[in-house]
Design a protein around this ligand. Structure first.
Ligand SMILES: Cc1cc2nc3c(=O)[nH]c(=O)nc-3n(C[C@H](O)[C@H](O)[C@H](O)COP(=O)(O)OP(=O)(O)OC[C@H]3O[C@@H](n4cnc5c(N)ncnc54)[C@H](O)[C@@H]3O)c2cc1C
Ligand code: FES
Length: 369
């Protein structure tokens, strides 16, 4: 009897030890996988420009490929890469996010659509330097603004250059044979990037509708006119209660559409959005910004992060749109204008300099991490 009990106890102990061992091995494997993923995300890819097209004097379509050919790292439709170039003050390298504008399960090229911003540092540099044959450095695909697998209809709403991640999503959704409505809002016809492709797809794919809307249409324009609103989006959607909505446009437009859709019964969790950054406001010049013991002065930069970068006082940053949280700092004196709302949870004294502008002299400290 005692022997039987001891045998049973030994069996349980062996099982428990095996379970502990398996759990430990799983944890080691997970840590190793995460560190490999992180390392891959931080290792730049050096790609070559293999095609370049300009539209309307300010939109640049680039195709990038590995110089030696071959497949590029795969990505989920909606993700972006971080392009790098020596466009900062004194030729310093800076980086910005650009959405992958075409999707394939095994990409041989990355396609990008880039708007040349009037005073923008990197977008102007890219426009001037990235010609066929040029090399460019970028950090691999990343980002949470993506579509998954599913059956329900999807409504894509893009404003201006916000069409780029939606085009990649469209490619992936058509592959899944899902019904898709794509709204693209722009000022005039020249800004309707990828229009010919979307019209051809809409003519050949019964599940896809392309609905461009212009705020400054020419006299012959046959499509939508004026500002797009939630009513028009819902009117074009067969079953809004079950549809998924993905928005990428100017922040004010996305806020308005999101609120309008939710007010008309769309579940908030079905409305996804991506901001490309805070709308530019030039900060007044001559404001004093203290970071610890260092001091700098504003010179008309669009955001507080830009001022800090110009003076080598910036924290790490990635999205420049209030979504990654990397740039957070403590505001210990002074006031900022918040240019964009963020969904991140911040301590009462924390700010995100990428979506703030100084409203007067400021005292900042590194955030507690
Ligand atoms: C996830 C994500 C995806 C993105 N995808 C794309 C994409 O596919 N295509 C795309 O074109 N962009 C995309 N962006 C935006 C892109 O990352 C850059 O923010 C954009 O190209 C501007 O960068 P820049 O260096 O040219 O401008 P910056 O130098 O950073 O300036 C930012 C803005 O401020 C303005 N500005 C600068 N200085 C002044 C001044 N003194 N007075 C007034 N205004 C000023 C500039 O004109 C510009 O509009 C994306 C952003 C994110 C977060
Ligand atoms: S850089 Fe991502 S939140 Fe500021």
């Amino acid at each position: 009897m005692i022997a039987k009990g001891l045998f049973l106890l030994a069996g349980i102990a062996v099982l428990f030890a095996a379970w502990l061992l398996a759990d430990g091995l799983r944890a080691i494997w997970r840590r190793r996988r995460d560190s490999l993923r992180q390392r891959a995300l931080e290792t730049p890819l050096e790609l070559e420009v293999v095609a370049r097209e300009e539209h309307a004097g300010q939109l640049l379509c680039l195709h990038l490929a590995a110089p030696e050919g071959g497949r590029l790292p795969p990505f989920v439709a909606g993700q972006h890469v971080l392009l790098q170039g020596p466009a900062g003050k004194d030729g310093r390298t800076i980086r910005r996010a650009y959405s992958l504008a075409a999707w394939s399960p095994r990409p041989l090229r990355y396609e990008l659509g880039i708007k040349r911003e009037e005073h923008g540092r990197l977008s102007r540099w890219l426009w001037d330097h990235l010609r066929p044959g040029a090399q460019v450095s970028l950090l691999p695909p990343r980002g949470e603004f993506t579509i998954g697998l599913g059956r329900h209809a999807v409504v894509l709403v893009g404003g201006g250059i916000g069409i780029t991640p939606l085009r990649a999503m469209l490619h992936a959704l058509l592959e899944q044979a899902r019904p898709v409505v794509l709204h693209h809002c722009a000022r005039h016809e020249g800004e309707l990037l990828y229009r010919a492709e979307f019209e051809a797809l809409a003519a050949s794919q019964p599940r896809f509708r392309y609905l461009p809307t212009l705020t400054r249409p020419g006299p012959d324009w046959q499509g939508g006119r004026g500002r797009l609103d939630a009513d028009r989006i819902l009117a074009a959607c067969a079953n809004p209660r079950h549809a998924e909505f993905h928005l990428c446009a100017a922040n004010a437009m996305m806020d308005e559409l999101r609120a309008g859709l939710v007010a008309r019964g769309v579940h908030g969790e079905h409305v996804h959005h991506e901001a490309f950054g805070a709308s530019a406001t030039a900060t007044p010049t001559g404001l004093e910004i203290r970071v610890g013991d260092a001091v700098c002065v504003t010179a008309g930069e669009p955001t507080l992060l830009a001022t800090l970068e110009e003076n080598r006082l910036a924290p790490e940053s990635e999205c420049r749109a209030g979504t990654c949280g990397l740039c957070r700092m403590r505001l210990v004196g002074g006031e900022v204008h918040r240019l964009l709302t963020s969904d991140l949870a911040l301590a009462p004294d924390e700010i995100l300099p990428c979506i703030c502008a100084a409203a007067g002299d400021l005292r900042l400290e590194a955030a507690n991490r």
